[in-house]
Design a protein around this ligand. Structure first.
Ligand code: F3S
Length: 756
């Protein structure tokens, strides 16, 4: 048993009283999302009603999950917290770093050889600090979480945006940055703006070629990639209950594609079946005792308009299969309308690859429905026109699918079975040797994201998202506009044949089986486990605690860059090839602010180093100032730091000697990340003061000694001609956050508190 039954038991035991308290303060029936949120308050029972979309609330999540790319920095930071063990059950999953190229056996070995150092590091840190480690090949984080850890009514955070997948088992599961995961693992609260609520009522029942994937492809069309921002999407209705648990997972998974905080479903029979089939009948017994609290109140679902901020209704009886894309997951086309649309937009109609897998659609049910199409193709004398690739979601799914002959149906069509890992979903696909110059083409996949270059690095690949069974049918036909409901195909004997609708098994009749699920339990006593990081490594570097504040005003600071216009976390810390250095702060700092547009001259990654008067790349200039003992500041425009919650965007400037980031306005998560890393994140009290900042200015804080909540700070700007401007700066630091600044970082403070 890898899940924590005692934790689940304790949570369910406290649930009725907490819900009663929340009902009292709300004075009305509750949605499922509200029940989960109000029963996970850091402060315990609810004493006030929070304003959706406005109140910042502290929560106490039950679990943390991390994937290998993001876990490196999260765990390096956690090691700084001075704890001997994580405060909540946590897992790390080796899934993102393995390439898909030749097939599972060879690719897995190559992945291990290439990333051995990172995997060994993750394995030993997990071992030491009580974290479960799922080894390379064990599976994709969100499938493994659904199979082993998710439970109805639970709350988890994960350092991956598709953590939301666990909503399929009735959780509120949210993707966060590593810094948030570190807080929760270190025993601190997790803060979230209380979300707004979107209700999606599902009527009817899926049938024929339509799958759960089509529900979310339709929702994405309705809400677009931004429509779910700041919201929890709650699905309900007879249609919801008629779907499998993993199908619900697919729908929740792609909630990330509409920007939703998360999505969830009420506890029902499909969840009971799934929990039982995955060895968790004890959870079913416990959940059944509080079943009424694990779904929204009847009154809410009878009058959804009254209780949700927005309501959408979808009739599953009439819903058609969809293909969404290219380049964005909300561009929906119903099967049958593709010919016209593709011709009008010049999308290549020939399909070169069909890929089934990713955390979105790699369950046993997904494979079995797609395999039923593959089997038919062979039985009816058809050959696949496109190439086929399959990534099973977990070793348990793979092993069972192999035992039940499902993988053989794909192999009969010459499919390549890749490792149980992310593979092509995250660009880890050895499709081309020179992707930048690869030709225009179409592919279809059952993944969630289809931005340019996402799968294969080729900007000319038009990727369309569809259900696994549609991917199978389209790959066999080789045509993007193939409509299996109406169209026929010609087989090897020249006879026209038609594919019957897919059929599959929600769960394996003979039960799941696995020889080695790839799980490594942590040591009982981690104190003797040594975490080894080679000091010569280019990929991993132990963190050195940031210096505490010396209690004096920061003076004589120089401007590193005045960023103009949009400056997202990608501009501050680019992704792509830099992914390699996510565990090495000094090396990844060489991408610091290289995407930001310099307000002086409009170039990127080009500033004037005031020490030499010469043009310089931004990281090089920062290193020069740091070496000379000169502090620096960064000035920015509106919504500075929008985008992801990547903590590297705060850690890199801090590492390179930036002391303050002063902007017109912040994206909130980045502002918090700056605070956590002991930086000053400040805003101009008068936006126009942004214009007073010149390239060769010197900056002096004059009243930092009296830094206090709600009190403005003053910055003296000394221009090169000797003239001066005093600029007032606002901030949102509370007492505790000022403590982070003084200690040098939030982690330094936690460590200090542990030791005192
Ligand atoms: Fe992996 Fe793609 Fe999911 S990268 S976690 S399979 S979205």
């Amino acid at each position: 048993m890898v899940f924590d039954l005692d934790m689940i038991r304790a949570y369910y035991a406290g649930m009725p009283a907490k819900i009663e308290a929340a009902r009292k303060v709300l004075g009305r029936p509750m949605t499922l999302a509200e029940k989960i949120l109000y029963t996970h308050l850091w402060s315990g029972e609810a004493t006030e009603a929070f304003e959706r979309g406005n109140s910042y609330v502290e929560f106490a999540p039950d679990r943390v999950a991390m994937q290998d790319a993001t876990a490196q920095m999260a765990l390096l930071q956690f090691m700084q917290a001075g704890k001997t063990k994580v405060a909540v059950p946590s897992t790390a999953h080796a899934d993102h770093l393995i390439q898909a190229r030749l097939g599972a056996t060879k690719d897995l070995q190559e992945g291990i050889n290439k990333n051995n150092e990172v995997f060994n590091f993750l394995s030993s840190v997990c071992d030491k600090y009580g974290i479960g480690f799922w080894k390379p090949g064990a599976g994709i984080i969100h499938q493994v979480v659904l199979e082993n850890y998710a439970f109805p009514g639970g709350m988890m955070i994960g350092t991956d945006s598709h953590t939301v997948n666990a909503g399929g088992l009735g959780m509120v599961a949210v993707g966060v940055g590593g810094a948030d995961a570190v807080d929760v693992m270190a025993g601190m609260a997790w803060e979230l703006k209380f979300p707004k609520l979107i209700g999606v009522k599902l009527t009817g029942k899926l049938n024929g070629w339509t799958a759960p994937k089509d529900v979310i492809l339709k929702v994405a069309e309705i809400l677009t990639v931004k429509g779910g921002t700041g919201c929890i999407v709650e699905y309900f209705g007879e249609g919801a209950e008629s779907m499998s648990c993993t199908g619900k997972g697919t729908i929740c998974n792609m909630g990330a594609e509409i920007g939703a905080t998360t999505s969830t479903f009420g506890y029902d029979d499909s969840m009971r079946r799934y929990l039982n089939a995955t060895g968790r009948s004890e959870v079913v017994e416990l959940a059944d005792q509080v079943a009424e609290h694990l779904t929204g109140d009847n009154e809410v679902y009878s009058n959804p308009e009254k209780y949700f901020d927005q309501v959408i209704e979808i009739d599953l009886d009439t819903l058609m299969p969809h293909l969404n894309g290219p380049f964005t997951p909300d561009l929906a086309t119903e099967v049958g309308s593709m010919t016209e649309k593709a011709e009008a937009n010049d999308w290549p109609l020939d399909v070169e690859w069909g890929l089934i897998g990713s955390c979105t659609n790699s369950s046993y049910e997904d494979l079995s429905r797609a395999a039923s199409i593959a089997k038919q193709a062979v039985d009816k004398g058809l050959k696949t026109k496109a190439q086929f690739g399959i990534n099973p979601g977990s070793e348990q799914v793979r092993y069972t699918a192999e035992r039940d002959g499902l993988l053989k149906h794909f192999e009969d069509l010459d499919a390549t079975i890749f490792t149980n890992a992310c593979g092509p979903c995250i660009g880890q696909w050895g499709r081309y040797s020179d992707p930048k110059n690869a030709p225009k083409n179409s592919i279809v996949h059952s993944f969630n994201r289809n931005f340019a270059k996402r799968a294969d690095g080729n900007p000319n690949t038009h990727a369309f998202v569809a259900s696994p069974e549609m991917v199978a049918a389209i790959a066999i036909s080789g045509r993007l506009d193939f409509n299996p409901i109406t169209d026929t195909l010609v087989n090897k004997d020249g006879i026209e044949v038609k594919l019957d609708p897919p059929h599959g098994e929600e769960l394996p009749t003979k039960g799941f089986a696995v020889e080695d699920n790839g799980y490594q339990a942590p040591a009982e006593d981690g104190s003797k486990v040594e975490v080894i990081v080679n000091p010569e490594s280019s990929r991993l570097q132990l963190l050195t605690p940031f210096e505490p504040w010396d209690g004096k005003n920061i003076t004589g600071a120089k401007l590193l860059i005045k960023a103009e216009g949009k400056c997202t976390t990608d501009h501050i810390s680019m992704a792509g090839p830099w992914l390699r250095y996510r565990g090495h702060l000094d090396n990844i700092s060489n991408n610091c602010l290289i995407g930001a547009v310099n307000a002086f001259g409009g170039a990127t990654n080009e500033v004037v180093n005031q020490l030499t008067g010469e043009k310089s790349e931004v990281p090089a200039a920062a290193r020069a100032y740091k070496a000379a003992g000169i502090p620096t500041i960064v000035v920015g425009d509106h919504n500075y730091g929008e985008g992801s919650s990547r903590e590297h965007a705060a850690m890199e400037p801090r590492h390179l000697g930036v002391r303050a980031v002063i902007v017109k306005s912040f994206a909130r998560i980045h502002e918090t990340n700056l605070k956590k890393q002991g930086m000053l994140g400040l805003t101009f009290a008068n936006e126009e003061d942004y214009d007073k900042v010149r390239e060769d200015d010197t900056f002096n804080f004059v009243d930092l000694e009296s830094f206090a909540p709600g009190v403005q700070l003053t910055l003296e700007i000394v221009h090169a001609d000797g003239s001066k401007d005093d600029v007032k700066l606002n901030h949102t630091y509370n007492e505790q956050q000022i403590g982070w600044f003084k200690a040098g970082s939030a982690l330094n403070l936690i460590k200090k508190q542990n030791n005192s």
